[in-house]
Design a protein around this ligand. Structure first.
Ligand code: FAD
Length: 238
């Protein structure tokens, strides 16, 4: 199917909530007869003009696929951003033109027993669905999340992730901030090869690493992970 023939559906916003200073969570109602199948890491596309199927941006559902009556997106607002600016102006009761879900680098049951996740900023969105899906279903999978942000207040869903790290033996995390507050116990600066070597699971048949963030971050970190011995096909971009 070419992008011109894509099926666009309008979904209604039933909740909108601020998450951090520049991100909001949108919940969209899913009508009962709709086929909205995805795996954690897959994405949808939003069209600011439903009559122009050539202009869209992808966004990644953060809910788990077993939820059938809504899907949820966390969207960062960029100054002058075409689609994020459009979404900033959308609110309760508004309909938004969406296609998909479309396949991304996603988590599939049984693909690995040890999952490293490296995220920068809104690159966390695929990891949210993956972490929720793995922990809520008590899968026999260990997860370590390395999550980079500018400041502590920019950490999306920090409270939820902290709770998971406390509650579940198979989930742990490490935040890296450009600059931490006074007494910050975790990382500062950039995610480096040394840090990934120290924190993430080493290469093995049972290990995959998901990396999501700005394009240059993804490319650089994948290169470094491969230097650490992770095969290219086990370093996945959602
Ligand atoms: C597979 C996939 C999944 C994605 N999932 C999400 C998601 O769940 N949540 C989310 O918020 N975003 C997500 N994105 C990013 C999203 O698709 C848009 O790129 C983003 O919202 C900016 O679009 P825009 O139209 O607002 O900005 P544009 O009009 O395209 O750009 C406006 C300005 O913002 C800057 N800009 C745009 N994107 C970025 C960026 N990523 N980092 C830094 N500066 C940028 C541009 O340089 C430009 O100056 C995803 C991207 C991909 C490829």
């Amino acid at each position: 199917m070419s992008q011109k023939d894509v099926i666009i559906t309008r979904y209604r916003i039933i909740e909108k909530q601020r998450v951090t200073r520049d991100t909001s969570r949108f919940r969209f109602a899913l009508p009962p007869n709709i086929d909205f199948k995805f795996l954690p890491g897959d994405h949808i596309k939003i069209y600011p003009d439903r009559n122009n199927p050539l202009e869209f941006r992808p966004y990644t559902p953060t809910n788990t696929p077993d939820i059938k009556d809504y899907f949820e997106l966390i969207i960062k607002h960029y100054p002058n951003g075409k689609v994020s600016g459009y979404m900033k102006e959308r609110g309760l009761g508004d309909d938004v033109a969406v296609s998909g879900p479309d396949k991304g680098g996603h988590f599939e049951d049984g693909m690995a027993k040890k999952i490293g996740m490296v995220a920068g900023g809104t690159g966390i969105t695929p990891m949210i669905s993956m972490v929720r899906s793995i922990l809520s279903r008590k899968l026999d999978v260990e997860v370590f999340l390395l999550f980079a942000n500018k400041t502590i207040d920019d950490i999306i869903l920090k409270e939820e992730f902290d709770k998971y790290a406390e509650k579940y033996d198979n989930f742990d995390l490490y935040y890296v901030l450009d600059k931490g507050p006074e007494g910050w116990p975790m990382g500062e600066g950039r995610i480096t090869k040394d840090l990934m070597n120290e924190k993430l699971f080493g290469p093995s048949d049972d290990t995959v690493i998901f990396v999501c963030g700005p394009p240059m971050m993804q490319i650089n970190l994948k290169k470094q992970l491969m230097e650490l011995g992770h095969p290219g096909e086990k370093v996945i971009f959602p």
